[in-house]
Design a protein around this ligand. Structure first.
Ligand code: ATP
Ligand code: SF4
Ligand code: MG
Length: 319
């Protein structure tokens, strides 16, 4: 396959400071040695509990934050080594769609100005008005929305506008961070379908972050599962949903409601909360909640191992 991104040994530790003097008293280990490829033209679904590091990974990939260590190659060039000018070119190609369309649009700007801004930032002057009309139509809206303000729209329409802004410069890559979780369930499918259509139409590659496995199943070509800042399983979508291996993936899927008593009895119930990322468990990070834990899991860390083509699992049961 053809990689757009290659993420190597990525770590992100947020310093924790004491309130008064600002001394560093510890770290939140949000990403721990993440190795992950993102292939051209795929939608990679990234799933995991709240606090597992999904948004941190998305922000690092877009270099909105600078990771503590590691490498992120975009089209074979390390984005962490890019100078200001190169970074600006990268930002033209790689965009973010936020969770909350209420916060991401400036309430004082008309939609036309919001969509013009990226052209101004990147010094593009050709056919701006035509491009804006084309994109607003592509996102399922009429030209007249351009002369209105964000507060005049519903959540779903605002998210369409936020998506229009993200794709207005014809990017190659989008991080969509929980783009539908703030919307009514009835609107979610429309926005997910819009993203799928845009991906096909514009040849986009997408990192789609969600904690909702039914949406991940619908939209993704491939799935990656995060637990406490580590990737614990990746597989093509059908392989993942039919043949997932990691006990944590099993537990996430088991959290989706089922009807029959027979299926309920096989379920892994996730006991307790996610351990604190300030004080990570030793050994396998899932060992404090795993029903299959043994002594080795408490002291040694399993590696991410390819157990069948393109299916990687981090668990001693498969080493
Ligand atoms: P959610 O599903 O709730 O959005 P997430 O998987 O996106 O969660 P992150 O937001 O990446 O998780 O957070 C990972 C960990 O890093 C969490 O423990 C979080 O509290 C911590 N964290 C995130 N941003 C910061 C920050 N700016 N400073 C300190 N800690 C942070
Ligand atoms: Fe469970 Fe051990 Fe596998 Fe970790 S390595 S997921 S604790 S069986
Ligand atoms: Mg998040």
């Amino acid at each position: 396959m053809n990689e757009l991104f290659e993420i190597k040994n990525l770590n992100m530790y947020y310093p924790v400071t004491d309130g008064l003097i600002g001394n560093i008293t510890g770290y939140v280990y949000a990403l721990n040695n993440v190795n992950l490829d993102i292939y051209k033209n795929e939608i990679l679904g990234l799933v995991g509990e709240s606090g597992s590091g999904k948004s941190t990974l998305g922000s690092c990939i877009l270099k909105l934050i600078t990771p503590t260590s590691g490498e992120i190659f975009y089209e074979s060039e390390n984005i962490l080594k890019k100078n200001k000018k190169q970074l600006k070119e990268f930002r033209h190609d790689a965009q973010l769609i936020f969770q909350n369309p209420y916060m991401s649009l400036n309430p004082r700007m008309k939609i036309r100005e919001i969509l013009k801004e990226p052209f101004i930032i990147h010094g593009i002057k050709d056919n701006v008005d035509e491009k804006i009309k084309r994109i607003i139509n592509l996102t399922g809206m009429q030209d007249e929305v351009l002369d209105r303000y964000p507060h005049e729209f519903s959540g779903g329409q605002r998210q369409r506008i936020a998506i229009a802004r993200a794709i207005i410069l014809n990017p190659k890559f989008i991080v969509a961070d929980e783009p539908v979780s703030a919307l009514d369930v009835s609107i979610q499918a429309q926005i997910v379908n819009l993203l799928i259509n845009l991906k096909k139409h514009l040849n986009l590659t997408m990192l789609f972050i969600s904690h909702d496995l039914s949406i991940i199943k619908y939209i993704s070509d491939r799935v990656a599962v995060m637990y406490l800042g580590e990737i614990v399983e990746t597989a093509l979508k059908d392989e993942f949903f039919n043949n997932h291996k990691h006990p944590y993936s099993q537990a996430l899927l088991d959290a989706v409601p089922v009807i029959s008593q027979k299926e309920k009895s096989k379920k892994i119930i996730l006991n307790g909360d996610l351990p604190s990322p300030n004080n990570l468990p030793k050994g396998c990070k899932f060992h404090t909640r795993c029903p299959y834990v043994n002594e080795k899991c408490k002291v040694s860390m399993p590696n991410l191992k390819e157990i069948s083509p393109a299916h990687f699992v981090r668990c001693f049961l498969y080493e």
